[in-house]
Design a protein around this ligand. Structure first.
Ligand code: FAD
Ligand code: GLY
Length: 368
């Protein structure tokens, strides 16, 4: 193993692999160190919605960042296929954010002001998706909120990074980061130095923040999902209500998600959680009850106290950077995060509003 890289990325989820891809493509000698297998933690659990509108209901920097990342995906779909041979299975149906009540509708109408969202009546929705319950009063249709297959994106980033010269070490946890002379990581394979180290360990980033003198905490928000074999519901668009969704995948299966269980570190799905999302899905498509279960799973969303990720430099050591805490939107935000970390390292301009919003030393408003 080499003993020196220009950049070491700690963590091989979608955030770490996107960073490695963008840096390796820019010519930086990069290595990723991953505790287990690439993309097998939160990334593997995700539904893959690029829900810039579905997940943000107010304008502002977070929405702009999300929208920029969503737009990068348009060209990435082709680029990753060309550079890695992997199809990220972009599904262009968009999202129907449905309303059952007047208060749902009012919330959605505020969201429609963001851009690109179109209000549809119940009749219009049922014309488009005949299996949706007749109990709705309408929906916001967002054509741009498409979805991809997260594990395919992560594998494409990792393979593309390798083909641009990066090394990816799986089953190689980083035990510690030293900053006494230069910057170095400790692994079971020995000590490795770098010009820059990027911490991208999702919800497991907390101990490294602490080691590096940063007083920020992460907590998991466990999400449980299931997939079902679908031979009777010709769903084209993702249905979304109250943080729950039904996503039609390319392979014909439907993904039904997801619970929100804060501070639960157990990565196994619970019967109660799966039951709750099946009940929720039935309120959107009553016929879903008849479909056969494929599998159930759970993952840990990396949450921060204000709901925004930390993306940027260590406040006093420019050789250390952080990219963690992407909560419900790591798949959506991976391309913009990869580009932003690349630009910070190679000295290209980054939008000041993004630096301010995601820097570590921001003033945080705690979300409930
Ligand atoms: P992870 O994927 O968790 O990767 C972190 C990696 O760091 C892991 O592979 C881990 O093994 C590694 N690691 C940890 N410690 C060390 C160490 N010491 N040394 C080396 N490696 C280490 N987002 C969307 O945008 N759209 C969605 O539709 C969506 N749906 C979701 C549904 C569910 C049920 C869940 C749980 C999440 C969903 N998300 C979604 C959120 C998304 O999955 C996360 O935001 C994203 O995966 C975070 O990526 P990450 O790379 O930061 O973390
Ligand atoms: N973004 C969907 C989820 O986190 O469940």
């Amino acid at each position: 193993m080499k003993k020196h890289y220009e950049v070491i990325v700690v963590g091989g989820g979608i955030i770490g692999t996107s960073i490695a891809y963008h840096l390796a493509k820019a010519g930086k000698k990069t290595a990723v160190f991953e505790s287990g297998e690439v993309g097998k933690k939160a990334t593997h659990a995700a539904a893959g919605m690029l829900g810039a509108h579905a997940e943000c209901d107010k304008p502002g920097t977070f929405f702009q960042f999300a929208r920029a990342s969503q737009q990068v995906y348009q060209q990435l779909t082709i680029e990753l296929k060309n550079n890695s041979g992997i199809d990220i299975r972009r599904h262009d149906g968009g999202i129907l954010k449905i309303a059952f009540t007047e208060s749902d509708r009012e919330r959605l109408m505020r969201m429609a002001a963001l851009d690109s969202a179109e209000w549809l009546t119940a009749e219009q929705v049922v014309d488009m998706e005949p299996d949706v319950t007749k109990d709705i009063i309408g929906a916001n249709f967002i054509a741009d909120d498409v979805h991809v297959e997260p594990i395919a994106v992560c594998k494409a980033f990792a393979k593309g990074a390798r083909l641009f010269g990066a090394d990816i070490f799986e089953y190689t946890p980083v035990i510690a980061i030293d900053t006494d002379s230069g910057v170095q990581i400790q692994t079971a394979l020995g000590t490795v130095e770098a010009e820059h180290i990027v911490i991208a360990c999702g919800v497991w980033s907390g101990p490294f923040f602490k080691q590096l003198g940063i007083n920020k905490s992460f907590y998991p928000v466990k999400g449980e999902c299931l997939s079902v074999w679908n031979d009777r519901i010709p769903l084209v668009r993702t249905l979304y209500h109250d943080h729950c969704y039904i996503v039609p995948r390319h392979n014909g299966k439907l993904i039904i998600g997801a619970t929100m269980k804060p501070k639960n570190w157990d990565e196994r799905p619970e019967l109660g959680g799966i039951k709750a999302i099946i009940e929720k899905a039935k309120t959107m498509i009553p016929e879903i009850d008849k479909l056969k279960i494929d599998r159930c799973w759970a993952g840990l969303r990396p949450a921060t106290v204000d709901g925004n990720p930390y993306i940027g430099h260590h406040p006093i050591n420019n050789r250390i950077l952080f990219a963690a805490g992407h909560f419900r939107n790591g798949i959506l935000l991976a391309p913009a995060t990869g580009e932003m970390i690349r630009d910070l390292i190679i000295g290209q301009p980054v939008k000041p509003a993004w630096i301010e919003a995601f820097k570590l030393e921001r003033t945080e408003v705690v979300i409930e």
